[in-house]
Design a protein around this ligand. Structure first.
Ligand code: AMP
Ligand code: ZN
Length: 115
């Protein structure tokens, strides 16, 4: 837990969020500025700054994130139509919150290439 980190504070329950899933490794809550009918943020409880900071110790965690993304897409009813699972990394990737997170976007057709 980093005292200066927004997503650490949300994971700890110190800042409210529209929580949709929690387990010992992850929290998942609704993005405050949704870009699709369904826009969830999948956030590890562990403070990891970016994808570049992942180590082999995090391999199971990253696999778990993908498994939970598929389960939530199924439970929320958009798995069959499809979805986008996105990690924005560093400045060119558009990252603005410096605690690793994955955007799960669904409920509409996505464009390609991404902006
Ligand atoms: P990124 O550009 O990948 O770093 O995305 C950060 C995301 O966090 C953005 O989509 C924001 O809308 C979202 N966000 C920022 N503050 C909050 C908050 N307090 N609760 C929920 N989502 C947030
Ligand atoms: Zn953090």
């Amino acid at each position: 837990m980093r005292e200066d980190c927004l997503f650490c504070k949300i994971a700890a329950g110190d800042i409210p969020a529209k929580m949709v899933y929690e387990d010992e490794k992850l929290v998942v809550f609704r993005d405050i500025n949704p870009q699709a009918p369904q826009h969830l943020l999948i956030v590890p409880r562990k403070h990891i700054r970016t994808t570049v900071d992942l180590t082999t110790a995090d391999n199971e965690l990253v696999g778990h994130i993908h498994q939970v993304a598929g389960k939530l897409a199924h439970d929320l009813g958009f798995a069959d139509n499809g979805f986008r699972l996105v990690n924005n990394c560093n400045a060119d990737g558009g990252q603005v919150v410096w605690h690793i997170h994955f955007h799960l976007l669904g409920g509409r057709e996505m464009g390609w290439p991404p902006g």
